[in-house]
Write a protein that binds this ligand. Structure first.
Ligand code: TMP
Length: 238
């Protein structure tokens, strides 16, 4: 499978067309941004790690009945995925308070919730990804009611599957962001990535941060944290 035209370049990935109009190739970059692009940097080797981690987790989800865009890992940084029209919602599940939740509601980080929370924001860099509810998404025609129901149900199931898998590898899943896409026949599938860029991962015992918060907050040891997640989840898988 070969890349043809570049379709899109985002903050962390490029997407290319292929000769098969149903498929794209995603290419993961080492560039990192935070605070809606205000902070910019490079996390060396991140593209390779996020490609491999995302694919491992997408395979796990497929095995557990979640339809995803994943088709095939081409090489270290590139993966063939199904072409889907991205629903412009950032879907966020939280198991423990952190980040914008802690800030918005004035609670410390680390409060373990009895049940996970669900929220989404409008995927719009120009507007700074504002938080929205179902009515807002429906009013703007971003998704239909049944689509929102499907997305919500998948998101909670994905949380259960990922949480259990990560725990087996010594990682607490604090929160994460998902994006979904629509196939031409209307089927909703999981798209985008699942990586330390888009999840908060804490060491289960020490609560050490093993994710992009190390970059966002200048904590140092950014590359080492990404490598540690790769080592724990893929071990000696090559
Ligand atoms: P938040 O606490 O900043 O709202 O982030 C919640 C989760 O979503 C966290 O795991 C990081 C992830 N996230 C993204 O993947 N992209 C983003 O643009 C933001 C703001 C958060």
């Amino acid at each position: 499978m070969e890349k043809t035209a570049q379709l899109y370049e985002g903050k962390a990935k490029k997407v290319f067309a292929t000769a098969d109009e149903r498929l794209c190739i995603v290419s993961y970059k080492d560039s990192a941004t935070a605070f809606n692009g205000e902070k910019k940097g490079t996390i060396y080797g991140k593209g390779v790690i996020n490609n491999r981690l995302t694919n491992r987790l997408m395979r796990l989800l497929e095995e557990n009945g979640i339809p995803t865009h994943f088709i095939e890992e081409l090489n270290d940084r590139e993966t063939v995925v199904r072409k889907a029209a991205i629903v412009p919602l950032e879907v966020i599940i939280r198991n423990i308070s952190a980040g914008s939740f802690a800030k918005r509601f004035g609670v410390e980080e680390g409060v373990v919730f009895e049940s996970p929370t669900f929220e989404f924001s409008y995927k719009s860099d120009a507007l700074g990804d504002p938080l929205m509810n179902d009515y807002h998404a429906l009013a703007l025609g971003l998704a239909t009611e049944p689509e929102l129901e499907t997305i919500r149900a998948y998101a909670f199931r994905i949380n259960d599957i990922l949480k259990a898998f990560l725990l087996e590898h010594g990682i607490t899943l604090v929160d994460f962001k998902l994006e979904f896409g629509r196939l031409p026949d209307g089927t909703i599938i999981l798209a985008d990535e699942i990586s330390p860029d888009t999840c908060r991962f804490w060491d289960v015992r020490t609560h050490e941060k093993l994710d992009k918060d190390r970059f966002r907050r200048d904590l140092g040891g950014v590359e080492a944290a990404y490598e540690e997640v790769l080592r724990r989840l893929l071990g000696d898988e090559k």
